[in-house]
Design a protein around this ligand. Structure first.
Ligand SMILES: NC(=O)c1ccc[n+]([C@@H]2O[C@H](COP(=O)([O-])OP(=O)(O)OC[C@H]3O[C@@H](n4cnc5c(N)ncnc54)[C@H](OP(=O)(O)O)[C@@H]3O)[C@@H](O)[C@H]2O)c1
Length: 351
């Protein structure tokens, strides 16, 4: 496949790394040529090192690839990174400094002022921040990030209504799947028959990332956070995949329910216009059945890249309330980074 761009995966053996491998198997533009993980996995064939948790088999070509050390030597130019934040904070800058394009999932660099935090349908213009990065000037390398898995579904639902009616305040309560904690993640005895009302740093990430994502890029080349009030409460629940969120909003302009639903259903953006391979036809879909969306039935909508919204109704405290669901390891992680990489390629950052 001589025309495909070689890509590497840092953290290839983890839950998100596995999704990258699955989503890249038939990708028309990118081909996995390099896999890296911790010392535990280094030097072993991938199929031996990874405890594969997905329902499709490990692609044959990948199964026999050896896991490389997590250093830039010999790594391809484009790196998808799926590392724990503490390790990412140390390794991602090393790859960017060595001239690699780091397309990251972790929170390590998301809030750094010169690092774009991107949902391609929402704020593709923020990629211009790349030019502010010292790595870009010294080696050509750079870093781009996608949001936290619960911020992404929320922002996809908020963006169309923020554009039409303006947001004044937002409250979101999450019910987050166990796969969001990686593998092995939360112990079964802690989560079965239970709800855990705490996910470390998650509420802070949701609040600050939402405002950066919906913020505006100013002339000086930095993002001014969106000014609405925002509060998040995060819970871990015994669901395998799919983060569900109960959201209440107060809008700046008066809106009717059908106008809000139309804002969601009509929403398309640059990824759809550019026909990026991983872009869903419809990024947001409103489901009118009164008991949906549900993770079991709706989190694979649009190949896991669509945010499903439902239950729009008046709120007696704010103004409107609704439910949003998104797939946490696809739209919330590997699929998000893949779409970011496709956007970067379409904008000429890989030539
Ligand atoms: N799961 C989700 O839904 C989700 C969604 C959005 C964002 N994220 C973020 O994505 C990142 C990865 O999450 P995950 O759920 O895939 O975690 P995970 O299942 O725990 O996987 C972690 C990966 O990092 C590797 N690793 C650990 N220590 C390392 C080291 N010192 N050097 C190099 N590699 C090392 C592991 O390799 P070994 O197998 O060799 O230990 C494994 O490949 C995290 O930052 C997470 O917050 C996750």
């Amino acid at each position: 496949m001589p025309n495909k761009l070689p890509v590497g995966i840092l953290g290839a053996t983890g839950i998100v790394g596995q999704r990258f491998i699955q989503m890249l198997e038939q990708h028309p533009w990118f081909e996995v040529t390099w896999l890296a993980a911790s010392d535990r996995s280094e030097g072993r064939p991938y199929a031996e090192a990874a405890r594969w948790r997905l329902k499709t088999p490990i692609p044959d070509r990948v199964a026999s690839m050896n896991v490389s050390p997590a250093t830039p030597d010999g790594a391809p130019k484009i790196i998808f990174a799926a590392l724990d934040a503490a390790i990412a904070r140390e390794l991602e800058p090393k790859f960017a400094e060595a001239g690699h394009a780091v397309v990251s999932n972790s929170s390590a660099l998301r809030m750094q002022s010169d690092v774009p935090l991107i949902i391609p349908e929402v704020n593709s213009d923020h990629v211009a921040l790349i030019e502010k990065q010292a790595w870009r000037r010294s080696s050509g390398g750079f870093a781009v990030t996608n949001p936290n898995c619960s911020a992404i579904g929320l922002v996809m639902a908020l963006a169309p209504i923020h554009r039409r009616f303006g947001l004044e305040s937002v409250m979101a309560v999450t019910m987050q799947a166990v796969s969001g904690a990686g593998y092995p993640g939360v112990a079964s005895l802690d989560i079965l028959g239970n709800v855990i009302p705490f996910i470390k740093n998650e509420e802070e990430k949701m609040e600050e990332e939402t405002q950066k994502l919906l913020g505006t890029l100013n002339d000086g080349g930095s993002v001014v956070p969106a000014p609405f009030a925002m509060s998040a409460q995060c819970n871990r629940v015994a669901v395998e995949d799919g983060h569900t969120e109960s959201v209440s909003v107060r809008l700046k302009k008066k809106a009717k329910a059908e106008e809000i639903v139309a804002a969601w259903n009509d929403f398309t953006a640059e990824p759809q216009q550019l026909r990026l391979p991983s872009a869903p036809d419809r990024p947001v879909v409103y489901i009118s059945a009164s008991d949906r969306p549900q993770p079991r039935f709706d989190c694979d909508l649009g190949g896991g890249m669509t945010a499903a919204v439902g239950r729009l109704r008046p709120c007696n405290v704010l103004e409107w309330k609704f439910t949003v669901l998104s797939h946490n390891t696809i739209r919330g992680a590997a699929g998000a980074a893949l779409l970011n990489a496709e956007l970067l390629k379409a904008k000429g950052y890989f030539s």
